[in-house]
Design a protein around this ligand. Structure first.
Ligand SMILES: Cc1ncc(COP(=O)(O)O)c(C=O)c1O
Length: 479
């Protein structure tokens, strides 16, 4: 940026002069001064030739990839880029049923044919873990025409898959392994963390740098190695997805997050892991509170664990994870990352201080002392009944009648849910937890699915995805 050059170019706020004063004062002039795009002397993320080539090469080097691409619309766009690169319309991809919803976006955009894989479900913790190499192999044997294997590792709760084993199966069948490693951008920088997807031999992966490292929200990276991914195709897709006006504040934050990790990553992460492990120990000392750790390794779908994720299982306190999260926020000023029926998840990163950890432990300890009759699980107790009945077990994945893309783009109508058997679903319906879609676009609505979801509704389970959150109506394809 040339100081003093008179700006007749975008962005319209002209380094803050044209911006609402209160906001300008709030964010500060420095942020606005570097909010510049596409002017002479600055590089272009879509066609980098100067500093952005160097920044991405340095990132590739730091994260153990051959090529790295900066993303400014999160791992969401990374999932879309991976699918669009690896698949042509109608081509099959092996994909876990519990993938993030942006993977469905990638399927809709690419026209890919999902061959769903069941993740391992942990009945104790009521959460799903990862898919195993055995599941991937069985899927490949059944569908030898699969063109790519896609997995999520680690999970939101920090459970990592056997990526070396999965890569070996994918490569034996001559197809690339794509990994949604949104939650693992720190893995490459510390020996106590699970192997990163690149280390494990994946061909392409995405990292939500903003989730676990020091870059700004929306920033992420896509890493590639080897020869199974066509780089020319990836570059074309990348250009299709990226704004022609990338925000340089975001881009710069990716570069500094890389620099920070390359220079100080191991030391910063050692401290983070120590604080997280110490917190886990202290929380486990609180009666009726459980935070899983190494003892979980070896369970199906649990190959390795990220210690920086502290999952606080509160069911024996008689609270749901949602209630615990709410109480911790309201009474103890502690905001966790996520809650589900049984758990509240605390995220430890290089920004977590020992004082913050103390506050979390204090809040959970106080919560455990509250006079709460154990066994009351929800106001109605129905959730508990549901779990005892074993209805937690998901129904069978219904037959795929048309591709997700076709269902998404088709003419649709709303019909009463109870009478929708035999119709083709045009939306995703995900009871939460466990967060695994029961039906997705293009699949036939079966009677089994209707009765399962009706039960879930009665139990007060939240449904993610449908237009009608009460699921009285469902959007189906007009045939
Ligand atoms: C597994 C997984 N993949 C992808 C994403 C999307 O990431 P982003 O928020 O960076 O777009 C998320 C977001 O939570 C996620 O959990």
């Amino acid at each position: 940026m040339d100081a003093g050059v008179i700006p007749f170019h975008t962005p319209g706020h002209k380094q803050g002069i044209g911006m609402e004063r209160a906001f300008r004062d709030f964010v500060g002039d420095n942020v606005l001064a570097i909010d510049l795009t596409q002017i002479r002397g600055l590089d272009d993320l879509l066609q980098p030739e100067g500093p952005l080539v160097e920044a991405q090469e340095l990132a590739a080097d730091a994260f153990g990839a051959e090529h790295t691409y900066f993303l400014i619309n999160g791992s969401t766009s990374g999932n879309q880029c991976m699918m669009m690169t690896a698949l042509n319309p109608g081509e099959k991809i092996a994909i876990p049923r519990n993938s993030h919803k942006s993977a469905m976006g990638g399927l809709i955009m690419s026209g890919g044919y999902p061959v769903w894989m069941k993740p391992e479900v942990d009945e104790d913790l009521h959460m799903d873990h990862t898919v195993t190499p055995e599941t991937v192999r069985a899927t490949m044997v059944e569908h030898p025409d699969i063109k790519a294997v896609y997995v999520v590792s680690p999970t939101y709760y920090g459970v990592a898959a056997d990526l070396v084993g999965i890569a070996a199966v994918a490569h034996e069948y001559g197809v690339p392994l794509l990994v949604d490693e949104a939650w693992g951008p720190h893995f490459h920088f510390h020996p106590a963390l699970p192997a990163s997807a690149m280390e494990a031999g994946a061909d392409m992966c995405i990292n939500s740098t903003h989730k676990m490292l020091g870059s700004l929200s929306q920033t992420a990276m896509l890493h590639v190695q080897g020869t199974r991914i066509k780089l020319d195709r990836l570059k074309a897709v990348y250009k299709l997805f990226l704004s022609t006006s990338p925000n340089l504040v975001l881009v710069a934050s990716l570069d500094v997050a890389r620099r920070q990790m390359a220079l100080d990553g191991p030391a910063l992460l050692s401290r983070t892991i120590e604080i997280a492990n110490d917190t886990r120990r202290r929380l486990n000392d609180i009666p009726n509170v459980y935070c899983f750790g190494e003892e979980l390794e070896g369970r199906p779908g649990v190959f390795d664990l990220d210690p920086t994720k502290v999952t606080i299982t509160v069911k024996r306190l008689g609270y749901t994870g949602y209630e615990a999260e709410e109480i911790l926020r309201r009474r103890y000023n502690v905001q966790c990352e996520l809650a589900d029926l049984f758990n509240t998840l605390a995220l430890f990163t290089i920004g977590t201080t020992p004082d913050a950890a103390d506050e979390l432990v204090y809040g959970v300890r106080e919560l455990s002392r509250e006079d709460r009759p154990v066994d009351i699980f929800s106001p109605s107790g129905v959730l508990d009944a549901r779990i005892k009945r074993g209805t937690y077990k998901l129904p069978r994945i219904p037959p795929l009648r048309i591709l997700p893309r076709e269902a998404f783009l088709a003419r649709t109508e709303f019909v009463p849910f109870k009478k929708s058997a035999g119709r083709i679903c045009a939306e995703v319906i995900t009871p939460y937890p466990p967060g695994i879609p029961v039906i997705s676009p293009g699949e036939e609505i079966t009677r089994e699915i209707i009765s399962y979801l009706e039960l879930e509704k009665k139990a007060g389970v939240r449904m993610q995805g449908p237009y009608d959150g009460d699921l009285k109506q469902i959007r189906v394809v007009v045939e």
